[in-house]
Structure formats: structure tokens, C-alpha cells
Design a protein around this ligand. Sequence first.
Ligand code: SD4
Length: 292
Amino acid sequence: VGSKPLVLSTWDHGMAANERAWEVLHQGKSIVDAVEEGVMVTERDMSNLSVGLQGLPDREGITTLDASIMKGDGACGAVAFVRQVKHPISLARLVMEKTPHVMLVGEGARQFAISEGFPIEEEVLSERAGKAYHEWKKTSEYKPIINIENHDTIGMICMDANGNMAGSCTTSGLAFKMHGRVGDSPIIGAGLYVDDQVGAATATGLGESIIRISGSFLIVELMRQGRTPQEACEEAVRRLIAKSKGIEDIQAGFLALNKDGEYGAYAVHPGFNFARHIPEAKGMIDSSSYFK
Ligand code: SD4
């Protein structure tokens, strides 16, 4: 049985995000504060091209953001296809806490942000995103490249000292996606799912392949039936592979945690890793994968 508290996040940027979540937990704030403030670090990290307004834009040159947040008691909120909001995770949290809804999208989400006093950012591409976009426009070819493009979405799952769980997930989505495209990250059950009775899961990679199998919900349900987090992630990847065409070009990875504090991760291809913070240690861990 694992130690508590425990914070797990996808990819390298998870280290800084976990650090913040850890601090928040130790300041005595709530687990929802921890998963929100943790991934806010990534949302404002200018080196990250897959999260936040500095992320790579869609085909029209517009950056649109997706985010979700969920508590182990079933409370959840999400925003998708939002423009000009620097911290979509905070907006997702307010959808959860202040509205009778679970998800707001596009202009409606932006209007809600304005009504809640969020600053509305000017719509300009970051220098790196602008360069990448102009480079892409030369061919306008759309082919996600495994672990190279789009590899930085952050999904965080967390357990506090009392065993309560929560998670968050935030992204600018696939680079050069169609305008209006929404991925798995803001879809409760696809990019994120948390149930205090069982565990939590989050996902990264090609959102279409993850939505198709309701990836995070599937993992939590497999754990409910007795699988370990590792076994559940492996089964989800096998399911995803069975349902996806052109799997050689598709990367997807899952990260899961159960209520005993055990965790696991698995990906389609090599290259996926996650950051782990426990009382005794913090560091990056490489995930295993279906293809070697
Ligand atoms: C999406 N799942 O929008 C996201 C992209 C991602 O690491 O995870 N990148 O499909």
C-alpha cells in the first residue's frame, strides 16, 4: 500500500506542477486547490507548447484551450474550445462550483470567464507557436507525430493525507487541429475520471483514440472490478489499439491511481513518462508501453 499524500502528473512538466500541488496540500488547502494550482504552473509555462495560450494553434492560427477538473465525490467541471483565457482549469473549477452544469464551451465559456472577472488576454501567438504555425502552413499537412508534437498535455491525479482524491487535466489540444475540435482532456471519463470509492485516471495522447474507449472511466471501472492500476492501464491501451486505425502513428498514454495509493501507467509507444511526488521521494518515472 502506497504512501499519502501522493501526486502524479503526466510528462516532465509534471515535476513543477506536482511541486506546487504538494505545497498547496501542505499549506492545509483543499485537494481541489492542489490539483488546480498545480496545473496552473503548466498553463503559464511559456516553454510548453501543448498547454495554455502559448500552445500551438489550430489550422486558422487560433489557440483554443480544453480543461477539466474532478473530485472523488463526483463533482466535476470542464471547459472546451475556449479562447483568450489564461487559466482554463480555474474556469473549469468555477463551472463545477458555481453553475448547475458540467461543461461550457467556446464563446459561452469565455462569457462566463468575463462574468467571473477573469482577465481576457489579447489573441496573439507566442513567438515559438507563431514560428511553428508559419512553418506548418507551408505544407498544411496534418499528421500528429508521436512524442514529438503535442506531447505535453498535463493530467494530474492526487490523493491527500485522508485518502480523498481529485484530478485535473488541461491542454491546448492537438497542434493544427480543425477549428472547433475538442479532444479528450475536457471530456469527463475520457481525459479524466475520479471516484473516491475506487481510484483516479488521466490520459494523454491522441484524444480521438481516448474518447473512443472512454479511457479514464474504463480504467476506473476495471480497477473497481479488481484490476491493479497497472493492469487497468494495460487493458485500456489494448482496447484503444483494437479500436484505432493506423496505430503506428498514434500515441496515447494512461496514468492511474487506486484508493490504496497504488499507481500504474502504460502507453501505446515508448516515450511516455510521468512525475511522482510522495513523502519519501519525487522524480520522473518511465511508463512501459505496448510496442517496444
Ligand atoms: C488532445 N489529449 O487534445 C490531448 C493532447 C495531448 O499530450 O494529450 N497531448 O487530444
